[in-house]
Each structure stands twice: as structure tokens, then as C-alpha cells.
Design a protein around this ligand. Sequence first.
Ligand SMILES: O=C(O)C(=O)C[C@]1(C(=O)O)C=C[C@@H](O)C=C1
Length: 360
Amino acid sequence: MKTLDECREAIDSIDNAMLELLNKRMKVVERVGEIKQESGGAVYRPEREKAIIERLSKLNDEQKGLLNKSAIEAIFLEIFAVARNLELPEKIAYLGPEGTFTHQAAESRFGAMSNYLSLNSIESVFKELEAKRAKFGVVPIENSRDGVVGETLDLLSKSSVKIVAELYMPIHISFATKADSLKKIKRIYSKDKGFGECREFLNEYDLMNIEHIPVESTAKAAILASEDEESAAICSHIAAKLYGVPVMFENIEDVHDNATRFVILSDFKNGISGDDKTSILAKLKDANEAGSLVHFLSDFDAAKINLSKIESRPSKESGGFGYWFYIDFYGHIDEERVQKVIQKHTDEVTWLGSYVKGED
Ligand SMILES: O=C(O)C(=O)C[C@]1(C(=O)O)C=C[C@@H](O)C=C1
């Protein structure tokens, strides 16, 4: 049996070997970066990253390794983030301020070392990308409890920016305050949805009848609570920590499987990974005729393309009740069976992006 000192010695020599291997890997990555610079290829290749993680998880299972798939993914996503920075440092705009759930989603994909730009609205994220001042944007698109983020869908319909990846993140909410007892709290700051997601907690602790102040984001709520000792914030524990507000209660959300789907936006098209999703916007020509949506969708059914989401949005084009349909389906836009359907409706469909399916 090894002593603690012997174990640490063994760990040190394994770490040395890993460092050498990581540097070796980065040398190859540098060359990949050069090749992409010459060819104009995209640095971020989510489908390649997915293939690497899948391959390593399988190998790990065969070798009965101690790591599970999530651990492999966490380690390698960080390695990919460092690799991408080495190939070409690219700016990532997200719906801020620092400490929002979107910020956490962005960091989970782009790592701790990337160059981030915090913006105050979803629209500013789109604008930054359109003006090519940032390469990637991260915005929320739907919450499991609250439904779609309409602003994101509406901006996608108008913008040239595309969805290049999606990720689902569990959302756990904290109650943070500088007050030392609940009785001293006179106001609570949060984003509108923050209050809605924690109703049972607010009822249980008799916090329904004090002032609730909705602000732009849960991170902003934490900033305000840090400056006001008679207040509390409903926010992420990361925001509470970042702005120095002690957490009084953790996990105060009504449903503990609360999750948000985020999308990563950019200006390129992914290759086919074999496990993709595509988002489109359908503006049906004969939208006011009975059965027009059924006819449109039956083409997907006939091609055995499964839909994962359909959401109607007001078209905002005419004064009346016109609708567009935001649709997600399984498959990549370049697959033949998908092309066959899309070709039939080219003047009705706007492609919003094809990307590796995230795990919800
Ligand atoms: O294979 C590539 O295209 C790379 O750029 C290398 C690499 C990697 O580190 O393995 C890095 C970034 C991409 O998102 C995918 C993979």
C-alpha cells in the first residue's frame, strides 16, 4: 500500500507526462489553426468535438476507466477551449452582466480563458455578431418551465446570424442577502422569471407580501442586493458570490429539474455529425387557408423527419393576426431527405442553423 507521499510523487510524475502530452496536442492544434487560416475554415467545430468525446467515452467504457462521460466531457471541453484560443482567439458576446446563467452557459462551452464580452440585451448580442465585433454569441432560447424566449426567436427571424450549437443547463436558484434575518428584508430583486420560478419558496417563507422589484437580469439583482442591506436577490449562487452577497437558501426553485436551453450563434455552417438538429422559420404562403400548416408538416412526416419543437410567433408584418412558425427537427440541412422537403418550400423556409443535438 502506498503512503500519501508516495501517492503524491506518483501523481506528480503522471501530471508531468500529461503536461507533455497536452503540449504535444497543442502543437498539432497550432498546425490545424494554420490550415484553417489558409482555407478560411471555422475554428469551432462542435461536430468534431462531439465525435472526440463519444470516441473517448466508448474507449473509457471498454477499458473500464474510472471517469464517466460527464467527467470526460468537462475535461475535454476545457482542452478544446484552450485549443481554439490557440488557433485564433475569438470574442464571445453573451447576455450579461457577469454572473448570469447565460454567462455560466458560455463558460461551460468556451472555458475560463476565452475573451468574453458581457452585453445588456439579447439584441446587443445579435448586433455585435452582425457587425463582426464578436465571433460567437450566447443567448437563452427557452426554459423548461417558462417556455420560449420570444426576443431570441424574433431576432433569429430577422438576422443573418445562425445557430451553431445548443446546450441545456440545469438552473438552480439561490436566495442571497446581506441581512442576517428574513425579518430585516424589505425588498427582493430578481428578473421577472426569477420570481415566477420560486413562488412556493416565497409563499413558504412569507415573502410574497414584501416589495418584489423586477430588474433586467438575476446578476443585476445580485449587484443591487450587494448595495442594499435591507434587500435580497433571487439569483444564481455564482452571481451571489461574484457580488459578495451571502447565500441564505440554495435551490429555491419550485421544480428541481428546471433547465434552460441556450444557443450559440455565429456565422458559419457546421458539417453533418449524424446526430443533428435544425431550426427553421416557416412563413407559409397560404397561411390563412385551412390545413396549410398540416400540409407543410405532412412533407416532414412523409420524409420521416421528426420535429422536436414547433412554436408560432406573431409575424408582425401585417396589422392582423399573422403567424410564422419556428420549427426544430432532427437532421441536418445538408442531408438528402431534408433537402427534398426544404426544396419544395424554398420560398417559405428560412434556415436558422444546423447543429449537434444537445443533451437535455
Ligand atoms: O479538429 C479541428 O478542427 C480542431 O480545430 C481541433 C479541435 C481540438 O482541439 O481537437 C479544436 C477546436 C475544434 O472545435 C475542434 C477540435
